[in-house]
Design a protein around this ligand. Sequence first.
Ligand SMILES: [Zn+2]
Length: 111
Amino acid sequence: MKRMNFTFDADTVDLLDELAQKFYGGNKSQTVRAALESLAVHAGHEGWVITGYTPQKIEDHVDCHSCGEAHHKGEVLYRPVFERGSSSKAMPTIPEENWLDCPKCAEKQFQ
Ligand SMILES: [Zn+2]
């Protein structure tokens, strides 16, 4: 827990009071947290994000998921690891397709 100070205009203070009273038993911290969580969801930045890759030697011809470059048996491509998180690239659901990226595209995810 960390104490933070904000400056709000009168209308915002009234709105915070009203929402806190109505929904959170007067608890303004909880109200602000709920407001931020709601914002994160509606801004579309909350979802599944790629947090890493696991290497996978391919057994067949595979096109890179991101750039479409062709790869062949014996080459190593990278399968993304998804975790819940916030990012401008967050996806609402885990993609169903077989997702393998070439090394260049895997690196680009973290630049
Ligand atoms: Zn690629």
